[in-house]
Design a protein around this ligand. Structure first.
Ligand SMILES: [Zn+2]
Length: 370
């Protein structure tokens, strides 16, 4: 079905507030009751909404609340990652439908896009409402091309046309994987659309960020994550894949930790192990947390978000995450300290196809994503 502005408005209210009667929706949407009735009937018919059990009202006809139907329709999430493509279906409330499918593909960029398009074609059916595609690196959404990033050399770009073509006219949201993660956080936390969100994904040697302004991704001149990981310090680190030295994501890494420890080799995953056992006084870890909190606080001071969301395995280790959040707060400007809300979110894998499915849901429930 082709969704009208009224359909979208009703879906947004039901997402935000849960089940509502037609008369409540009339109040929330500010449109006349028979328009509410017509829009509701069309969406029940199309399998987007369903009627809940009737509830007694104080005399007169019982109220029949409407809710988003999690059983009929779905979104498809597609993720393209170096050497891997994945696909998943999520229902209209974000629940996984069936099992996600992942395929290993050679890192040849054209083969990746072909494999992604093939997987998408097998997953879409007549119940699909939309598609979300999440990709690391830079994307030009206007032309549907992946720009230089982890897939293509600096002077090249890669067309997503085969993927868009296989979507067969369904709405397609193509975004960087950090924006997909921000969409998922925003929808699952029923965050008010008018609030600005700074989401920071913290992993060993990989930092990503996304900024939502008024509920919409910060577009900039090109679509990407907000490149917090390449904020540079005058620090001798390994060379970053961006070609520079001193990038924050090279500082917050097992490699730099072992450098500070004076160790001979680098143990993969050593940083998170150390953070899991962290006690104040672990000087090398304190240095890493200091740089990280400084970078995040600088960005927060610059953007003045309502919510700062830290996404990381680190949130499982309260000793370390307390030091990090306290250190960020100490570096916020006085006027911001009481206003920026800091949330921790344990959602460790950014590039899941399921998260790309939430991107498609953002296209349905939020303005400015499609
Ligand atoms: Zn870098």
């Amino acid at each position: 079905m082709k969704l009208t502005d009224e359909h979208r408005s009703m879906l947004r209210q039901l997402w935000r507030h849960g089940a509502q009667s037609r008369s409540d929706l009339h109040g929330l949407m500010g449109v006349v009751p028979n328009r509410v009735g017509a829009a509701a009937a069309a969406m029940v018919q199309a399998g987007l909404l369903r009627e809940c059990e009737a509830q007694p009202s104080g005399g007169g006809r019982p109220r029949v609340p409407l809710e988003i139907d999690p059983e009929q329709r779905h979104m498809v999430g597609l993720t393209i990652w170096p050497g891997m493509v994945g696909v998943a279906r999520v229902n209209l409330r974000g629940g996984l439908v069936g099992k996600p499918v992942a395929r290993m593909v050679s890192e040849d960029s054209d083969r990746l896009v072909e494999a992604a398009a093939g997987l998408l074609a097998k997953t879409i059916n007549e119940k699909t409402m939309g598609v979300g595609v999440s990709i690391p690196g830079f994307i030009d959404p206007g032309s549907g091309r992946i720009l230089s990033g982890v897939f293509v050399s600096a002077h090249d770009s890669l067309s997503l046309a085969p993927v868009i073509q296989r979507a067969g006219g369904l709405p397609v949201v193509i975004e960087n994987d950090m924006h997909a993660l921000a969409a998922r956080w925003s929808l699952t936390h029923r965050a008010p659309a008018e609030q600005d969100v700074l989401l920071v994904n913290i992993a060993d040697g990989a930092l990503g960020a996304a900024v939502l302004i008024g509920g919409q991704p910060n577009r900039g001149c090109v679509s990407s994550a907000n490149e917090l990981g390449h904020m540079r310090y005058f620090v001798e680190t390994d060379t970053c894949y961006c070609g520079q030295v001193g990038c924050l994501e090279r500082v917050f890494s097992s490699e730099y930790l072992s450098r500070l420890d004076g160790a001979d080799g680098v143990e993969a995953g050593a940083l998170m192990v150390r953070l899991s056992r962290y006690r104040p006084g672990d000087e090398a870890v304190d240095v890493l947390l200091d740089y990280l909190s400084n970078g995040i606080a600088n960005v927060a001071n610059f953007i003045r978000p309502h919510r700062l969301v830290l996404v990381s395995e680190l949130t499982r280790y309260p000793e370390a995450s307390d030091v990090l959040t306290a250190s960020i707060r100490r570096r916020l400007l006085g006027e911001l300290v009481g206003r920026v809300r800091v949330d921790l979110w344990e959602q460790p894998v950014a590039h899941l196809a399921e998260t790309a499915g939430w991107l498609a849901l953002a296209g349905l429930y939020c303005e400015g994503w499609v």
